[in-house]
Ligand binder design. Structure first.
Ligand code: HEM
Length: 539
């Protein structure tokens, strides 16, 4: 059913026709011996210690109660080398910052590594109707990705630029008001950036009339913040899910039941999105946004390869069943699931990146001055920043990249699951094994970044320096066919916003700014405290 050439390899269960539970991996005692299998004898001689010693029941999960996962990975990499293994309960994970191995897994052998990590309380990626492209895998992922891809083209982004610009203008109004009202001219940029990126994604992608910048108390953003905050906690159910993955159905049932006794912000947002999607479907008016793209999307379905059971055959205008390939639209559940995905994946990642950038600009005034000068030179006579002219802000691009090198905030999701056992770079990777990219180590590896990899230096990203480096030395948006779909969307809004802000204000650190930043970890790695900076109007 699946060939090697260009087709995704199925999860091993699909081959036999009998679907194994997606959480099924070898049991604890077996998997704890897997570290030995990971490294064949010759490799073992060279890498005698291949990972931290696991506890029989918990694996190495206890470590993550005491320190950030990214921190633990860094320490383990120092101890065991750039590739090592550990256990999440009974589940083996191979962690690597080896650029050649990452290249094989994320790009060259993508067909065998198309699936993401599965979290303990997570719907079945092959069967659940509400699965979105982040968790889907195999042919299902391929179809969903192609259905929404068209919403992120250059042409679409050009259409969104006005909304982005309007939202950035509102941000300027709020900053102006804040420095007028506050004697110390202190602006909480983390909070404002969250409101800004929420408005941008809400308005330009989903057509929602959101105004979080003017109405920070609005339920929508409040509950999105709750969802993000919840990912930084480690509830008991989550731990149980890691320890006993084969009971996933029970954990999911408990999670759903909890909704009846305890408020769940995810359901609150979904309900609002359901009503919104319904209204948009019924409306005669068409809006040129990502939501419309999802409502209009039609893609061919091959009857024999499809795992979904929800397709309707395509009926033409005369009521005949189409003789060509079956065409399918996204179901309402899928459109809602994707709207929620874009809202959550899009706003916190981008706003935190902006916060990290402003933090670094306050610490490095010469970088800030150079960035401002570039804006003044490129956008002469106060020209509006647009999709096309911001491409000339090349130093700004370097600052964004350097910030994401130092703070690869979405590193946790850059992982792939192996479908068929294979050997790569001399390492045996069994079927079901998760390969996790260790970005915080990779992005600071002196091999790629030189001895001063700790310092903040945007000039690492000149074209010449980029050409000299391994192509996989830098991957804050992931890599390969499954890399972040919103990368350009995010960069365009960041550049429009920063061009406007830097032209008008100078920012400075306050005496109580936390240096270095203390971070917390959830779906993304974020500063614990908001970043507030002294802000002076200069034009
Ligand atoms: C600075 C901002 C952002 C960062 C750092 C970031 C980072 C990432 C990373 C690391 C991945 C995983 C890639 C991989 O596994 O190879 C990812 C996937 C994804 N991101 Fe982003 N992201 C950002 C903004 C956005 C925005 C604005 C959107 C939506 C509008 C978005 C939507 C997605 C989606 C849907 C996926 C899953 C793609 C797939 O599995 O096919 N992201 N992102």
């Amino acid at each position: 059913m699946y060939s090697e050439g260009g087709q995704l390899r199925p999860c091993s269960s699909e081959l036999s026709g009998q679907r194994k539970s997606y959480t099924e991996v070898p049991s604890a005692p077996v998997t704890h011996c897997c570290l030995l299998l990971l490294f064949p004898p010759s490799q073992q001689l060279r890498q005698a210690r291949s990972g931290p010693k696991p506890n029989l029941l918990l694996g190495n999960l206890l470590t993550f109660r005491k320190k950030l996962i990214s921190q633990a990975y860094k320490e383990w990499a120092e101890q065991y080398g750039e590739t090592f293994g550990y256990f999440e309960g009974p589940t083996p994970v191979l962690v690597t910052s080896n650029a050649d191995l990452l290249n094989q897994v994320f790009i060259k052998q993508f067909n065998n590594f198309h699936a993401r990590k599965l979290w303990p309380v997570q719907a079945d990626p092959d069967q659940d109707e509400e699965i979105h492209l982040f968790f889907a895998r195999g042919q299902r992922w391929k179809r969903l990705r192609s259905a929404v891809n068209a919403g992120f083209t250059a042409a679409k982004l050009r259409k969104m630029q006005n909304q982005m610009s309007l939202c950035a203008d509102k941000l300027l109004e709020v900053v102006d008001r804040t420095i007028e009202e506050k004697e110390d001219c202190r602006v909480d940029f983390s909070k404002l950036f969250r409101q800004l990126t929420f408005d941008i994604i809400g308005r330009s992608a989903l057509g929602i009339d959101s105004d979080a910048l003017r109405d920070p108390q609005c339920g929508f953003i409040k509950h999105c913040e709750d969802v993000i905050e919840d990912t930084t906690k480690q509830p008991v159910l989550y731990t149980l899910g890691f320890l006993f993955p084969s009971l996933s159905k029970l954990w999911i049932a408990i999670y759903k039941f909890m909704h009846h006794i305890q408020f769940n912000p995810v359901y609150w947002i979904e309900d609002r999105l359901r009503a919104w999607v319904k209204a948009r479907k019924e409306s005669e008016e068409r809006t040129d946004d990502l939501l419309q793209q999802m409502l209009d999307a039609r893609y061919p379905v091959n009857r024999h390869q499809d795992l979904d059971t929800t397709h309707q055959p395509h009926i033409d205008e005369n009521g005949n069943i189409s003789k060509g390939p079956l065409l399918r639209s996204l179901t309402e559940s899928e459109v809602i699931a994707h709207s929620l995905l874009f809202l959550l994946a899009g706003y916190e990642t981008t706003s935190s990146t902006l916060s990290y950038i402003f933090y670094e600009l306050a610490l490095h005034p010469h970088v800030q001055d150079r960035m401002r000068q570039e804006v003044v030179d490129v956008l002469e006579d106060d020209e509006e920043p647009t999709y096309d002219n911001i491409r000339n802000l090349t130093y700004m691009d370097m600052v964004i990249s350097e910030t994401l090198r130092k703070y690869p905030l979405a590193s946790i999701v850059v992982a792939r699951q192996c479908q068929d056992a294979c050997q790569i770079e001399g390492i045996n990777i069994p079927s079901g094994m998760l390969v996790q990219a260790n970005l915080w180590t990779l992005h600071q590896d002196p091999k790629h970044w030189g001895p001063d990899s700790d310092s903040f230096d945007p000039l690492r990203f000149t074209l010449e320096k980029k050409a000299e480096r391994h192509s996989m030395a830098f991957m804050p948006f992931g890599a390969g066919p499954r890399m972040c779909i919103g990368q350009r969307f995010s960069i365009v809004q960041m550049k429009i916003t920063m061009a406007k802000l830097l032209r008008r204000y100078k920012i400075e650190r306050t005496s109580d700014l936390q240096v270095p930043l203390k971070l917390k970890e959830g779906a993304a790695i974020l500063p614990i405290h908001n970043i507030a900076l002294r802000t002076e109007r200069i034009s």
